[in-house]
Every structure is written in structure tokens, then in C-alpha cells.
Design a protein around this ligand. Structure first.
Ligand SMILES: [Zn+2]
Length: 239
């Protein structure tokens, strides 16, 4: 399997909004959806007319990674008023009782909620996995703190700010898979329930004797299947 290498393109300029972390260590990674294209986000984060927002990183649908604010600095991505802090869904936000921007690293993902509900392209998913690892290693090296891989520390904007940002990054954002992969979980061995259309397609292949050992698959079709097994079938068909 091809191993992808990534590089981060620095895109921040003199207009990009940022502030001091005031001595706070980054403790959480917050995921966002752009609500637009990567290029619109890129121009906005570099625009003199933007005095309201920024994020540390942007991951495009093609899997490119761009950076606007240094991890050492605070981005203006998920700020809260003192009143809104107590309404946050995230325990850490209610416990810390300060502006979450001070202790978060934010990642924007190219996409529009109404089109994707936060689902990522395969390239985008792989890039954001790599970026989450990069951020954790960076923070550990710099501050000696290792951001835990769990849903208390790898968050969505909607959890920080449920009132104003209920759809950021969207209900299809793959938090569970992301955490599994970051924990060293293997997507290939992930067991999935077989969707009806796939089951029908597989049954046809067994019927037509395209795939070997139809007995095995007949049994398998009744239960569950791993991603690796699906890929195995596909490679047999290709052969
Ligand atoms: Zn957001």
C-alpha cells in the first residue's frame, strides 16, 4: 500500500487574525467545516477585511494541508462569551472557564454542510488523520503535554458552541473512525454491517460463481464483513 507523505503549506500573512495564548497550553483539537471552498477560506483568512476569524489549519478535499496561525499562537476559531462557556457541551470548556481559543488548535475542513453534512473525502480524511498526529507530536515536543485521543479532547465546533454552531463540522464528520485510527486501529479490520445493496451485489457474484468458496460468503453475508474482506473480493474479481 502506498504511504502518503504530507507537507504543510504556510499561508498566514500580516492580515491573518491571531493573539497570544497568554501562557495556556493547547489541550484540545477542534474540527470545523469551512461552509465554502478551500480557496474562499484561504482568501478570507488572508484578507484585510477579516477582523473576526481564523484557524490554525485548513484541509482541502484533495488532502492538501495549509497553515495560517502558528500552534504557539491563538487562532480566532471558536471563541465564546463568558455566558456561553457554561452552556458548552464540552466538559473541558465548562471546567476551564476561559475562552476556548486560548487552549485549542483548530482545523477547518473544506466543505458545505448542506452538501456533505461534514463527511470528508478519503484524501481529506487521511490528511486530517496525519494532521491530528502532527499536532499532538508538536504539542508534546513543545510543552510536554500529550493531547489525549478521546472525544473530550478531539472535538467539533458544535460541542464548543452548540448555540451558534450546531452544524460545524456536521453529523457525518467521522469522529469515531478518526479516533480509532489515531489509536492505531486498523480500518481494514473494521467490521461493518453489510448494506443491502452490497449484500445483493455479493449474492449475485456468489450465484454466478465469480468468487471462490461460495459457502464461506453465503455464511458471511448473513452477518458482518470487514473492509479488508470487501477489498479481497474486489481484487479477486479484478483478477
Ligand atoms: Zn466552526
Amino acid at each position: 500500500m502506498k504511504v502518503m507523505g504530507y507537507s504543510i503549506e504556510w499561508r498566514g500573512n500580516e492580515n491573518t487574525n491571531k493573539s497570544s495564548r497568554q501562557g495556556n497550553i493547547p489541550k484540545i483539537i477542534v474540527n470545523h467545516i469551512v461552509e465554502g471552498s478551500a480557496s474562499s477560506c484561504d482568501s478570507w483568512f488572508r484578507s484585510a477585511g477579516n477582523n473576526v476569524s481564523s484557524a490554525h489549519f485548513l484541509v482541502t478535499k484533495k488532502g492538501e494541508i495549509k497553515q495560517y496561525v502558528k500552534i504557539e499562537d491563538m487562532a480566532w476559531a471558536n471563541g465564546l462569551t463568558t455566558a456561553a462557556i457554561s452552556n458548552s457541551k464540552a466538559k473541558i470548556v465548562r471546567d476551564m472557564k476561559i475562552n476556548p481559543n486560548l487552549y485549542s488548535v483548530s482545523i477547518e475542513h473544506e466543505g458545505v454542510y448542506l452538501e456533505t453534512k461534514g463527511e470528508l473525502t478519503p484524501e481529506q480524511f487521511k490528511a486530517t488523520v496525519w494532521l491530528h498526529k502532527y499536532i499532538r507530536e508538536y504539542v508534546q515536543k513543545k510543552w510536554g503535554y500529550l493531547i489525549p485521543i478521546d472525544r473530550e479532547h478531539i472535538l467539533g465546533h458544535f460541542e464548543i458552541d452548540p448555540m451558534r454552531k450546531p452544524n460545524c463540522p456536521g453529523e457525518e464528520f467521522p469522529f469515531e473512525t478518526l479516533i480509532k485510527v489515531l489509536n492505531g486501529g486498523d480500518r481494514m479490520n473494521e467490521v461493518k454491517e453489510v448494506p443491502k445493496w452490497q449484500k445483493e451485489a455479493l449474492e449475485k457474484l456468489v450465484e454466478k460463481k465469480v468468487i471462490e468458496s461460495p459457502e464461506y460468503w453465503k455464511e458471511k453475508l448473513g452477518e458482518s464483513i470487514t473492509v479488508g474482506e470487501v477489498l479481497g473480493i474486489i481484487s479477486k474479481i479484478v483478477k
